[in-house]
Design a binder for this molecule. Sequence first.
Ligand code: AGP
Length: 613
Amino acid sequence: MCGIVGYIGKQQAGPVLLDGLKKLEYRGYDSAGIAVYDEFAKKTEIVKAKGRLSALVEKTDGGKSLKGTCGIGHTRWATHGEPSELNAHPHFSDDGKVVAVHNGIIENYAELKQKLLNKGYEFYSQTDTEIATKLICYYYEKYGNDPVTAMERFILRTRGSYAIAVMFYDFPREIYVARKDSPMIIGVSDGEAFLASDVPAILKYTRNVYYIGDREIARLTDGGVTFYNVDREVIQKELVEIKWDAEAAEKGGYEHFMMKEICEQPKVVKDTINCAVKDGKVDFSEIGVTDEQLKAFKQVYIIGCGSAYHVGMVALYVMEKLARVPTRVELASEFRYRSPLIDENTLVVVISQSGETADSLAALREAKKLGATTLAIVNVVGSSIARDADFVFYTKAGPEISVATTKAYSTQLIACYLLAIKMARVNGSIDETRENELIAELTTIPDKISELLKDEREIQQFANVVAAKSNVFFVGRGEDYAVCMEGSLKLKEISYIHSEAYAAGELKHGTISLIEEGTLVIGVLTQDELYEKTISNMVETKSRGALIMGVTVKGRENVESTADITVYVPKTDPLFTASLAVVPLQLLAYYVSAYKGYDVDKPRNLAKSVTVE
Ligand code: AGP
C-alpha cells in the first residue's frame, strides 16, 4: 500500500515529511515524493524520485532544500502505471494550484479521465491519482474556489478506495484530506498538525490522533483540525491516545505481519474482484485480452512455484468445470526443462506474487518462445514477469511483507476464478444467468472470510496440540486436495513440522502405512459430491489411531462423528470454497509457529522472492 504523510506547524516541513515516510517504508513502495509550500517564494515545490527513499533524501538534502512549514509526502506502491518518477506522487493540476497525494484505487478512473479530457484537461502520467487531482481542481474552480466543496464533490463522484491529501495554492497554510476504505490518521500537537497512512509515521511527534471516517473531510491548520461530513457540515471527532510502541504500530497492532495480512484478506479480495468486475460482469478491458482471443485458446497451462502453484491447482478444477478447456498445472521449475507441447493455441498463465521468481520468469519466456500467449497474474506492478507477459492481471493485495503468503494467494484465487468465468462465458459453456450467479456469489466471499476471522479460538487452542506433532497429513479430493497443498506448505514453512498433502483416495496406495497412534490427519471436505468418500478415507486413518481435524461447510455436522475437532466454513459455491477453507489452515500454521516461538514472518532458510534457480 502507498504511504501518505502531511505536516503543518513551526518546523521546516521537508525533514518531517521524509522522517514520516521512512517510518512507512515497511508498507512497500517503488517511488516517493514530497511537496512543500514556500511562504516567501509563494510557490509549492515538488520533488520526486524513483526507487528507494534514500534517493529522495539525497535529492532534497534530507528535505532541507525545500523551504516552508506546510507540506505533503508519499511513498508509492504502483497500482496504475509503472514505477517511475513521472508516476510518483505528489500529482498536480496544470496550473500547479492543486497538489495531491493518494493511497487507494479509483475504480472509475477511466470515465473520470474521459470527462476531464472532454473539458480540455491533459494528462502527463498513467496514474489514477493524477485524474483524482485534476477532478478536485475541476470542482474547486467550478464551485467558487472552495476546498471543502471540491473535496465533497470528489467524494460524491468517485468509486473505489482513497486516502487523499490536497494542498490548494490559495489556502497556503492548510491541508485538506478525504478518505474511504484506505487508512488515514490525523495527529495534533501544540501548534502542529500531522497526517499519515499509519501510526508509525507520527508516533515520534504525537500520540494524540483523530481517526477520520469514511467519506469524511478534514481541514488541517497549525491551529488544529476541522472535520466535515459529506454535506459539508462540521462534525466533532474524539481525540484518541495511541498506546502502541513503534514496532507494534508498523504491524497495525498485530504481533506479526502474517496475521495482519491474513486479516487484510477480506479487503484485498474485494479490491481484486472490483478491479475486474463491472456492472456484475467480468471485465478484462484493463487487462486487454479480448473475448475472441480467449475463445481461440484450445488449452490452458497454469504455471507457478510454491503457493502460486497451489493456486493453479485450485484453478485447474474451476477452469475445467466452468470453461471446459483442457487445463494443466505445472511447477515452473519442471515446465521450463521438459519441452512442453504448447503452441499459438495455448494460453499460459504464470502466477507470481513478486513477479520476480526466477523459475516462473524463465517458464514464461520458454512459453513465449514456443508461441503461446501469456497472461501473468502478479501483485507487483512493473515486475519482470509483468513486463514480459503479453497480458497482466494485477492482483490488489498490496505489499505482502510476511514470507508466507496469505493475502496474495487469496487474491490470485480470485483472478483465476474470474478468468475461468470469462473463458466459460466466451466459450458459451455458461450462460449469462450462471455468470450472474457466480459473480453474485463471488462478491460474498470477502464477508465470508471476515466471518471466519471473527472466531479463531478453537484453532488457536488446537495449535498447541499440533505443535507437538512431528508429522501431519492433509487429505482432500478435488479443490480440497489443492487446498491441502497450501495448508501443508503453510505449516511446513513457518512451524518446521513435516507435513504432506495427499489426494484422499491415494492414502491406501501406500501412505496409510505411516498412520499410527496420534498421527494428525487434517481432512478438507467442502466438495459436496466427494464428501462421503473423503469421510471414508478419514475413518480409515482414525481406525489406525489417527487424530482427526475436519474442515468442512456449515451444515455438515455429521463430520463430528469422525473428527476430533471440526472447523466450519460458510456455505458458498463449491467452486469458491478454496477461498474459505484455506483461512483456518493459514491461522493454524500461524498459531503453531507463534506457539513454538519461531520467527513467523521470516522463517529460516526462506526468502520472500526466490530470484535465483
Ligand atoms: C509461499 O508462502 C512461499 N513464500 C513460496 O512458496 C512462494 O509462494 C513461492 O516462492 C512463489 O513466489 P511468487 O509468488 O513471488 O512467485
